[in-house]
Design a protein around this ligand. Structure first.
Ligand code: ADP
Ligand code: MG
Length: 388
């Protein structure tokens, strides 16, 4: 077990907390502040515990000087001020005298948000390359470090891994929840255990398949990735999305675990026709799984004791191709199956299609969750102290 935010005494101490305040901003306006609201739990806990709080976060990517203007955390600061009852300050600089004075003058229960950590990525990528001197500098501003930015836990950056190496540390409430839920569903010994995978590219997901296929009882494949498997079986998939470089990978997996893998029997094509998988013409592209497949998947879902889903079953952004994804989520909801869904688009599809309450857990960190599902430890958690 990793140390958590509850494991320290903060009274009067300066705490650095790495949050994920990477919210979508259009024309200077925040379009969705979910990440800010979710971060408040740990921030408010530190306020209650009488800490002086320094917040670090990234926003977007900074590759040019112009990127800085579009990716300032200033709008996030304004929003934070609305949500936090104590004084909140903003440092426009990521280092230097002005920042140091703001830190020096910070009183218990007050909050200081520092400008986008990735300002340090231009021109020398100091943040993303976990520069030692930058890590030391940021660490020198506080006494304890809390990592509550789950979405970047698969990255070893100065603002997480770098500082962690130098200060007593722990995970915040958000990271704790994500890891606990993932561990729980990955490690409990209940069967049938079903993995459902879809989405666009198989190349992003081979390591996830490698890890999960060993322990699961069923792997249901839909979305864009199933066509590479179908082609590997010798089926003509027409113009459906195929990753030719991974055909031999799919053949190997099918040879070894074919009895666990279930592929679509029918699909909805791009011109909205339902077709048997063996009847696809050259111009047919599969954009969703068909009704027969939904039925077959539903039967397996019903029997399952736990499910992990990554990747939507079809091009769910378009109403014409939502039935597969909706069908699967409905089966989970109606049968109340303990299900974890993860992946950026998967989480978005659950919300968009109205199934936020159907899941045991919706994992918010796209890349971090995929990395965790490969079975590897997350880079930014390796230096978090273990509970004694
Ligand atoms: P996640 O972010 O959950 O890991 P992915 O990024 O792998 O998921 O895939 C999501 C995308 O896959 C969606 O934008 C969706 O439109 C697309 N997709 C799903 N099915 C198909 C398909 N049959 N053909 C092409 N794209 C698809
Ligand atoms: Mg995605």
């Amino acid at each position: 077990m990793k140390k958590t935010i509850r494991d320290y005494n903060y009274n009067g101490k300066t705490v650095i907390i790495r949050c994920d305040l990477n919210v979508p901003i259009e024309n200077g306006k925040i379009t969705d502040d979910t990440r800010i609201k979710e971060s408040l739990k740990s921030i408010n806990y530190l306020i209650e515990q009488n800490a002086k709080i320094i917040i670090l976060s990234h926003l977007g990517k900074i590759k040019t000087e112009e990127d800085k203007k579009d990716n300032t955390l200033y709008p996030v600061y304004i929003r934070l001020k609305e949500y936090i009852k104590t004084n909140v300050y903003f440092s426009k600089a990521t280092r230097g005298e002005i920042l140091e004075n703001l830190v020096k003058n910070l009183k218990p229960k007050e909050v200081l948000l520092i400008e986008n950590t990735r300002y340090e990525d231009y021109p020398d990528k100091l943040e993303s390359n976990c520069d030692e001197e930058l890590s030391k500098y940021w660490a020198s501003l506080g006494e304890i470090f809390i990592n509550d930015a789950y979405g970047t836990c698969h990255r070893g950056h100065a603002s997480n891994l770098g500082i962690e190496k130098l200060l007593p540390n722990a995970v915040g409430f958000l990271v704790e929840k994500e890891i606990t839920k993932l561990d729980e569903i990955l490690n409990e010994n209940t069967h049938p255990y079903t993995i459902i995978m879809g989405g666009k590219k198989i190349s992003d997901k081979t390591l996830v398949i490698d890890n999960l296929i060993k322990k699961c009882d069923y792997l249901l494949l839909g979305g864009g990735m199933c066509y590479t498997f179908l082609k590997a079986k010798g089926i003509d998939v027409g113009s459906s999305i195929v990753d030719d470089e991974n055909i031999s990978y799919c053949k190997e997996i099918l040879n070894k675990y074919g009895n666990k893998i279930i592929l679509p029997k029918d699909v909805v094509t791009s011109n909205k026709e339902i077709k048997n998988i063996n009847n696809l013409n050259k111009e047919d592209a599969g954009y969703d799984i068909g009704p027969e497949t939904i039925k077959e998947f539903t039967e397996i879902i019903k029997q399952s004791k736990r499910i992990i889903i990554n990747g939507p079953m079809g091009v769910f952004e378009d109403k014409a191709f939502q039935s597969g994804t909706k069908g699967i989520y409905s089966a989970i909801k109606e049968n109340n199956i303990k299900t974890l869904i993860g992946g950026g688009d998967s989480a978005a599809s659950a919300v968009l299609l109205g199934f936020s309450d159907a899941f045991y857990h919706i994992s918010t960190g796209g890349g971090a969750t995929l990395e965790y599902l490969t079975g590897k430890p997350l880079k930014a958690l390796q230096e978090i102290e273990e509970k004694k």
